[in-house]
Ligand binder design. Structure first.
Ligand code: NA7
Length: 537
């Protein structure tokens, strides 16, 4: 144990320098707290530091995915409606220049351990390189995709060419031009890489387990004049984004059921959303698409009709857009695509259906399935994440009496409002499990959840309190609330990462709160009632 006197002391140690960590640091410093960020990357960006694979770009359109801080947006101009990872990194550098974030960030610092010291009401937090700090509050801002998931294929390490998970892509890049590229996985990352490979690779082999019900992105260039004009509305836009029903200022679903309107009207609403692009067709048509099976089926029928029209070979069309939906539409997050389906019309693309011929092994030359060896020069693992909880359970987090977080969650995630965990006082999670996270875009969540935490710490300080801890009763109630939501929606009907169902052996449960507005109302009520459900000491 390092002498306490030699260890840096902070009011708050934040883990993660993505949108949530950056906002939290900025606001806590403004309120006079001594705070720092530890981040494993070499620069700001969080997910946008790690996900630098070809084609990586955000699926929330401008200006939803940015801070509402005027000094930041006033002189920042985007070049595309859905910005690329390169532009998002440039945005973070701009944020850094404006808010001077990096001076309080320790980069290349992966937190491996955090222990609560009940006598002092503070956390002792240690990084992989042995560096440690003491902090009254431990604020993990890990994002939902901090822990990549790589399937345990026999022989994976023997592959002779470059082989990378999309979220561990080399910062210097990998050239796909003229190569035989194999992509395992057809989620958001897979779709993006496949599109890029389709343009430059000599051959693209797509290993698909479940077809992605991808939506048209409708990417376009943005010009500065258009944004300058729109900026006059930004305060109102950000207000609507942070307080509206979906965390997008312009995604407001029709409150009627898709089944209570005429076919003509239903198709008109679907068509309008389809033409707008992005998530409009997912979250901006009828409010009951994710609840009501009949409405959901209508959305699927529309999606399939539109998609099949783009695929020339009928057998391929059936694999990519099957007659029977693989799961309810939208119960898995839809990827946004630009020319994904056209890639399959190229003579140099092969679709391997893993339901028919599963992967048996990876060899130095490629991927062997039950029926063939698919020879490859580059292998891309677009196989997703141990979402929501993986970043937490990877660390050795110990609360009161040495209680381990990974043991405490072994039978299911337990939190109060996604912020606090019983037995882990002064640990306040942002953008973690059991809060809206994957159903709320990152910057929005960073601000609305971030303000709740800043307010909470300010109030504790003004009352001279040093400890806040979620109660077991409150966690029981929140777990029940999450289960009720799981039952109400169609989300549990897909084997998705929302449900923890993509990682073998992981407990199946709804990991994220699908109703941002309902969630925020619960948070407001809790704060108004003197942090009901938390014990303050
Ligand atoms: P996703 O959406 O979890 O996609 C992972 C893909 O990998 C998906 O198609 C999976 O098929 C496939 N997968 C996973 N394990 C295997 C195995 N063992 N064999 C074959 N195929 C497999 O991750 P992404 O990185 O694309 O996107 C994550 C989110 O990050 C995204 O929604 C954005 O919000 C940002 P499956 O569907 O499970 O059958």
């Amino acid at each position: 144990m390092v002498d306490k006197a030699e260890t840096e002391w902070l009011d708050a140690l934040i883990v993660g320098a993505g949108f949530n960590g950056v906002y939290q640091l900025h606001r806590l410093r403004q309120e006079g707290f001594k705070a720092r960020i530890f981040d494993a990357g070499r620069e700001l960006g969080g997910i946008w530091y790690w996900n630098c694979y070809p084609g990586a770009r955000v699926d929330s359109h401008v200006p939803n995915y940015e801070f509402s801080i005027p000094e930041v947006w006033r002189d920042w101009t985007w070049s595309e409606r859905f910005p690329s990872w390169q532009e998002l990194r440039a945005y973070f550098r701009h944020v850094d220049r404006k808010l001077d974030i990096s001076r309080d960030v320790r980069f290349n610092t992966r937190v491996t351990e955090a222990r609560f010291d009940a006598e002092q009401d503070e956390w002792l937090i240690r990084a992989e390189d042995g560096y440690q700090v003491r902090a009254r509050f431990f604020i993990p801002c890990l994002g939902f995709a901090a822990q990549a998931y790589v399937p345990d294929y026999p022989g994976l390490e023997t592959f002779a060419g470059p082989c990378h998970h999309t979220a561990r892509w080399p910062q210097h890049g990998v050239d796909l031009a003229g190569k035989r590229v194999g992509v395992i996985g057809t989620g958001a990352s897979g779709v993006q890489v496949i599109q890029e490979a389709g343009r430059v690779a000599s051959h693209t082999t797509v290993f698909q387990r479940t077809p992605m019900l991808a939506l048209p992105m409708r990417q376009r260039r943005l010009d500065a004049a258009e944004q300058a004009k729109m900026k006059q509305e930004y305060p109102a836009i950000f207000d609507q984004r942070n307080h509206g029903p979906t965390s997008f200022y312009d995604l407001v679903p029709d409150p009627r059921s898709a089944m209570e309107v005429s076919e003509e009207e239903r198709l008109a609403v679907f068509e309008d959303a389809w033409q707008k692009g992005g998530f409009h067709f997912w979250a901006g048509t009828f409010a009951d698409v994710l609840y009501n099976e009949a409405s959901n089926r209508e959305a699927y029928r529309f999606w399939r009709y539109k998609t099949r029209a783009r695929i020339k070979d009928p057998a391929l069309a059936e694999k990519l857009a099957p007659t029977e939906p693989p799961h309810p539409f939208g119960a898995k997050r839809p990827s946004l695509e630009q020319w994904y389906y056209e890639v399959f019309n190229q003579h140099n693309t092969t679709l391997v259906d893993l339901r028919e011929e599963p992967i048996e092994e990876i060899t130095p030359r490629g991927v062997r399935t039950a029926s063939a060896l698919h020879e490859l020069d580059v292998l891309v693992l677009a196989t997703g994440f141990d979402a929501g909880t993986g970043g937490f359970t990877r660390m050795d987090v110990r609360g009161v009496d040495g209680r381990r977080l990974r043991d405490y969650w072994a039978d299911g995630v337990r939190t109060h409002l996604g912020y606090g965990v019983p037995g882990f006082p002064n640990m306040l999670m942002l953008y973690g499990p059991q809060s809206p996270t994957a159903f709320c875009n990152g910057p929005t969540c960073a601000e609305v959840q971030g303000e709740w935490v800043v307010d909470c710490l300010r109030r504790l300080r003004s009352q001279g309190r040093t400890r806040i801890e979620a109660t077991e009763e409150a966690a029981n109630a929140w777990v029940k609330h999450m289960h009720d939501l799981e039952e109400m929606t169609l989300l549990s009907r897909a084997d998705s990462w929302y449900m923890g169902a993509n990682v073998p052996g992981k407990r199946r449960e709804l990991l994220f709160h699908p109703g941002v507005r309902i969630y925020l109302d619960h948070c407001d009520t809790c704060a108004k009632n003197s942090y009901e459900g938390f014990r303050i000491g």
